[in-house]
Design a protein around this ligand. Structure first.
Ligand code: UT7
Length: 325
C-alpha cells in the first residue's frame, strides 16, 4: 500500500497590532520618509500588516498556530512525532525555534528542527516532512511557518518597510493510504544572494554588517514571475495533473501583481487564487500556511480540493507542492 502525507488540520496566528497603510504613512513621516496608501496599494496590493509587540517571538506565534492546527486535526500534541519550523527570524541563533516550540507544546523526544529557505521555507519544510512520512520515519508531523519580519525592517527604506508583516501558519501532516501531497518541487540558486538578504551576522558578542533587510525589488520581481511558472508546471507534470485540475492556487503573498502574473501564465482566473497579501503583507515563510488556513476557515477551500502551493524568496529559493486537501 502506498504511503502518503495528508494535511488533516490547519491553523494560523496574527499578532493583534494591525497597521494600515495610513498608519505606515504616519510612522514613516516621523522619520521624514514619504509614502502613500495609493503607492502601496497600486504597486503591491497591500492594505495592512500585523506587527508583534516587544517580547513576542516566532515560537509564540508558532505555538498559537500549532494549537489551532492540532485542534482542527483532532490530534493531541503528544501524538506529534516530527516538528519542522520554517523561519528566517528564529527566537535565538540557536537552539532552533522548533525545539523551543516543542517545549512550549509540552512534548519531548520527537525530532524538531528549523528550515531556512526564507519565503520558500514552508514549501521546503512541507517537502521534507512529506518525504519523511512517505519513508516511514514519521507519521504525525507539525509543519509551521513563523516569522517576525518587523524586526528586520529599515523604517528609513520605504522600498522595503511597507511590504512585510509578522505571523505564523501551521499544518498537521499525517500518514495516510490516500493522497495527500501528490508531488513537490524545490530549487535554489545561490548566485542571487545579494538581491534579497539580511547581511548582518553575530561575531564576538557583536552584530557585524547590516542586520536589516535589503532587497532589489525589481530583480526579485522578474525572477519570481519566471520561476513560479516553471515550478508550477514541473510539479503538475510530476503528479500527472494539468492546470485544469487546480481548484486553488495558494501562492506566497508578496505582491498581488506577481500573483496575477502567475495566474495569467497558468491560465487561472483570480477567483481560483487565495489572496491575503492585502491584509497580511508579506510574512515570508508564514504567508502560504496563513493563506491556506484563511482559505479553509473562510470556507473557500474544501476537503477534496486540489491545491497548488508555491513560494519564492531569498537565496534565491523557489518551489511548489501539489496536494489533494
Ligand atoms: O518575499 C520574497 C519575494 N519578494 C518579492 O516578491 C518582492 C518583489 N518586488 C516587488 O514586489 C516590487 O518590485 C516592489 C513592490 C518592491 C517595488 O515595486 P516597483 O513597481 O518595482 O517599484 P520600483 O522599485 O520600480 O520603484 C518605483 C518608484 C521609485 O521612484 P522613482 O525612482 O520612479 O522616482 C521608488 O522610489 O516608486 C518609489 N517608491 C515608493 N514610493 C512611495 C518605492 N517605494 C515606495 C513607497 N512609497 N513605499
Amino acid at each position: 500500500m502506498t504511503r502518503y502525507a495528508r494535511i488533516t488540520g490547519t491553523g494560523s496566528c496574527l499578532p493583534p497590532r494591525r497597521l494600515t497603510n495610513a498608519d505606515m504613512v504616519s510612522l514613516l513621516a516621523q522619520r521624514g520618509v514619504e509614502t502613500s496608501d495609493d503607492w502601496i496599494v497600486e504597486r503591491t496590493g497591500i492594505r495592512a500588516r500585523h506587527f508583534v509587540a516587544d517580547g513576542v517571538f516566532a515560537s509564540d506565534l508558532a505555538l498559537q498556530a500549532s494549537r489551532q492546527a492540532l485542534d482542527a486535526a483532532g490530534l493531541p500534541a503528544s501524538d506529534i512525532d516530527l516538528i519542522i519550523v520554517a523561519t528566517s527570524t528564529p527566537d535565538m541563533v540557536f537552539p532552533s525555534t522548533a525545539t523551543i516550540l516543542q517545549h512550549k507544546l509540552g512534548i519531548a523526544g520527537c525530532p524538531a528542527f528549523d528550515v531556512q529557505a526564507v519565503c520558500s521555507g514552508f514549501i521546503y519544510a512541507l517537502t521534507v516532512a512529506d518525504a519523511m512520512i512517505r519513508a516511514g520515519s514519521a507519521s504525525n508531523a507539525l509543519v509551521v511557518g513563523a516569522e517576525i519580519f518587523s524586526r528586520l525592517l529599515d523604517f528609513n527604506d520605504r522600498t522595503t518597510c511597507v511590504l512585510f508583516g509578522d505571523g505564523a501558519g501551521a499544518v498537521v501532516l499525517r500518514a495516510s493510504d490516500t493522497p495527500g501531497i501528490l508531488a513537490t518541487d524545490i530549487h535554489a540558486d545561490g548566485k542571487h544572494t545579494g538581491i534579497l538578504c539580511v547581511p548582518g551576522h553575530v561575531s564576538g558578542g557583536q552584530v557585524l554588517g547590516d542586520p536589516l533587510l535589503k532587497m532589489d525589488g525589481q530583480a526579485v520581481f522578474k525572477l519570481a514571475v519566471g520561476v513560479l511558472e516553471d515550478t508550477a508546471r514541473a510539479v503538475l507534470q510530476k503528479a500527472g495533473r494539468t492546470t485544469e485540475d487546480i481548484d486553488w492556487l495558494i501562492p506566497h503573498q508578496a505582491n498581488i501583481r506577481i500573483m496575477q502574473g502567475t495566474a495569467r501564465k497558468l491560465k487561472l482566473g483570480m477567483d481560483k487564487v487565495v489572496v491575503t497579501v492585502d491584509q497580511h503583507g508579506n510574512t515570508s515563510a508564514a504567508s502560504i500556511p496563513l493563506a491556506l488556513d484563511h482559505g479553509v476557515r473562510q470556507g473557500q477551500i474544501r476537503r477534496g480540493d486540489t491545491l497548488l502551493l508555491e513560494g519564492v524568496g531569498g537565496g534565491f529559493t523557489w518551489g511548489s507542492a501539489l496536494l489533494d486537501f
